[in-house]
Structures are given as structure tokens and as C-alpha cells.
Design a protein around this ligand. Structure first.
Ligand code: SAH
Length: 366
């Protein structure tokens, strides 16, 4: 299995060439693409429009699915968390968040994460490895199949956020490859305009992304308004401090489409980064760089053993009001799936949680 070709990360031309190596005509490659990406089938047995002997030959050299769902958790608010394993046994987590007008799937770009953000539980895993394009695409297929049934068209729009485990800009090539496969109208058809990639601030890759015409939206995790505090909370800041980060954001701004804004995320940690003074510093920092942007405030999601607590609702509101009084567009993100460790910064391959419905024996998800 481990040496088998992973087909889920291939685009149509690649599947056509792959079929040609098996002496099959081009249309077989297109058929395979539709089966994997449009019908979201995850085993060759189910692709009954391919001849049986071809399916047997395919299964000898390739796989139609590489991730396996180990367990899944359902939150009281409808959020679902999937804990999956790669073929080499590493954890991958994905979160499906239903909303009134759309669904959001939060996917992982790496197993574990190499960054050492002190407020994030994923950091404790360290980097296990970057995920392949196929492993990224499969997370979305698994979540959609589970929510709606194999191959069923989602009734609402699907938004994707690369805000699960890992630093997406440290796996940019595979991420972009996955996004291009998913954008194909004959496949999942989730276009870059529906995708937001969040980064802790990998400056050279922000600049690279700015030059890509079919790029997704970008969000930057700030968490602190000064270098001193950010160095402490997000050690990546020592490599690319705020001035460098914001000047890369300014370059990125030039590529924003009409109506598009850059997002700054700011996790609120009680008594650490949530004072009135820090709100003013943040507003001044952003105003000084004058970037077309908005701020998402994220109350911290408790994640034992991390030594932080979320700011109170009153403090969140004050912080927001100060930013707004200085002209910053500010939103407060409502946490989802906290009870099942599915919220931001809580993904660390937890097997069980209290008071949770654990659903196993998944139908159609594998
Ligand atoms: N590595 C990327 C993407 C993953 S983190 C990045 O840093 O942006 C996604 C978001 O969750 C980031 O904005 C991060 O600041 C936030 N976050 C991390 N841990 C959190 C926690 N425990 N509570 C709330 N938000 C958290």
C-alpha cells in the first residue's frame, strides 16, 4: 500500500497520463477523475463504470483513498470532528462546521505543526510531516460524504479554511495543487474564492502567494500588537517580525480583488493580550500600515495543559469597540465545537472527550 500511487491528488491531465501508462485511452482518465472527485468514491470496487479487470489492475498499483477515519465526534452545535490516519499512521484532523447559509470545512495542511505558538495545542505534537495534495483533498471528500452521503451535492455552498493543524504556507506547493484539483468544475468544484488560508506569518511565502493569480484568500494570525509579546507567543516572529510581516501584507494588498480584504486573526488571551492599551496598539499598528483588512477576534479555546484562559465577553466587547473607534473593521468569531476539541487551536489528535457522542462505524466516510 505505501508505495501505491495516490490518485486523489491528481488533476485530470495527470490521471489521463496515468491511465496511458496502463495502456488505457484518455477518456478512462477523465472517467476516473469524475469517479474520485465528483462522485467522491473511495474504492475502486465502487467505480462500476470501469471494467472489472481494469479495476483489479488499478488496485494493484494505486489507491483510491489513503486516509482512514479512526473516529469522529459530534458537537452539540452540529460541528463534526474527524480524526483520521495517514497510510503511515500519522494523525490528520478535519472539522465540518454547518452554518445557516453555508458549510465550512476546516482542514489540516500538516500532521502536527513545527511552529511553537504557546496558545495552540497542535504545537505540542511537533511536526510529524506535511500532507500530500491527495491527503488534503480527501479530508474534504470525507467530510462531505459523511455530512450528505457519498457523492451527494452539498445543499449549501462549501467554504474551506486551512486553519486546522499545521502551517499551510510551509506546505504551499501541495496545498496549491490540492486547491487546483478541488477547483475543477468536473470535480468538487470548490473555487479559490471560497478558500481562506491562514498563516502565522511565513513572509517569503506570503509574497509568493501574492504573485499567484488563482490564489485563495489570506488570513494572518497576529495574536500580539508588539514584537516583544509576539516573540513570546509566536516564536516565528523572531524570524519575521511585525514590520516585515506587515510590509509583506502591504504587497499582498495590491493583489486584493474588489471587495476582498486581508484578514487579521487575534486570539484573545485573558490578561495577556487583551488590555485597552493593547487594543490601541493593535489599531495603531494596522492603521500605520493602512492595509485593506478586517480583524477577527477569537476568544481563546481552552486547551489543557495550556496556561491561558479566554477573555470575558465584556473584555472582548471593549477590545472590539476600541478597534472600531479607530476605524478597524472588527468581528468576533463565535467558537464552534469546543466541547469536542474541534475549535481553533484544539486539534491535537485527542481520541476521546467527555460528554461527547462518539460515532464510529462510519457509513460512506472511508
Ligand atoms: N498555522 C496557521 C493555521 C492554524 S491556526 C496559523 O497560525 O494561522 C488557526 C487559527 O487559530 C490561528 O489564527 C491561531 O491564532 C488560532 N488559534 C490557535 N490556538 C488557538 C486557541 N487555543 N484558541 C483560539 N484560537 C487559537
Amino acid at each position: 500500500m505505501t508505495t501505491a500511487v495516490q490518485l486523489t491528488g491528481m488533476n485530470q491531465p495527470e490521471l489521463v497520463s496515468f491511465m496511458e501508462t496502463l495502456s488505457e485511452p484518455a477518456y478512462r482518465g477523465r472517467q476516473l477523475f469524475a469517479a474520485l472527485q465528483h462522485r467522491r468514491l473511495r474504492s475502486f470496487d465502487e467505480i462500476t463504470d470501469l471494467p472489472k479487470d481494469l479495476r483489479t489492475r488499478l488496485s494493484e498499483v494505486a489507491n483510491a483513498a489513503s486516509l482512514k477515519v479512526e473516529s469522529q465526534y459530534l458537537s452539540d452545535d452540529g460541528t463534526r470532528r474527524y480524526l483520521m490516519k495517514t497510510h503511515d499512521g500519522l494523525p490528520v484532523e478535519t472539522v465540518f462546521i454547518p452554518e445557516e447559509r453555508r458549510d465550512t470545512i476546516c482542514f489540516s495542511s500538516q500532521s502536527g505543526c513545527p511552529l511553537q505558538c504557546t496558545f495552540c495545542l497542535t504545537a505540542q505534537l511537533g511536526l510529524l510531516r506535511s500532507l500530500t495534495a491527495g491527503e488534503i483533498v480527501e479530508q474534504i471528500q470525507i467530510a462531505l460524504n459523511d455530512a450528505y452521503g457519498t457523492g451527494v451535492k452539498p445543499p449549501r455552498g462549501t467554504n474551506l479554511v486551512a486553519m486546522g493543524a499545521g502551517e499551510p504556507l510551509l506546505n504551499l506547493d501541495q496545498l496549491l495543487k490540492a486547491l487546483r484539483v478541488m477547483a475543477d468544475p468536473q470535480g468538487l468544484h470548490i473555487v479559490p474564492n471560497r478558500v481562506t488560508v491562514s498563516t502565522a506569518g511565513v513572509v517569503p511565502r506570503i509574497l509568493e502567494l501574492a504573485g499567484i493569480s488563482d490564489r485563495p484568500h489570506l488570513a494572518i494570525s497576529l495574536a500580539a500588537p508588539t514584537d516583544d509579546l509576539r516573540n513570546e507567543l509566536m516564536p516565528i516572529n523572531k524570524k519575521w517580525p511585525l514590520e516585515q510581516l506587515l510590509s509583506a501584507c502591504k504587497t499582498f494588498e495590491e493583489t486584493l480583488k474588489p471587495g476582498e480584504r486581508l484578514t487579521f486573526e487575534y486570539v484573545l488571551l485573558e490578561g495577556v493580550n487583551d488590555s485597552d492599551e493593547q487594543a490601541r496598539q493593535l489599531a495603531n499598528l494596522l492603521n500605520r500600515h493602512n492595509i485593506r483588512s478586517k480583524v477577527n477576534l477569537i476568544p481563546h479555546n481552552a486547551a489543557e495543559p495550556l496556561p491561558y484562559r479566554p477573555s470575558s465577553d465584556a473584555v472582548v466587547e471593549r477590545f472590539k469597540n476600541i478597534l472600531e473607534s479607530k476605524g478597524i473593521h472588527t468581528y468576533v468569531r463565535r467558537p464552534r465545537g469546543r466541547d469536542i476539541f474541534a475549535a481553533c487551536g484544539q486539534l491535537a489528535a485527542r481520541q476521546t472527550t467527555l460528554n461527547t457522542r462518539v460515532v464510529t462505524n462510519l457509513v460512506g466516510a472511508n
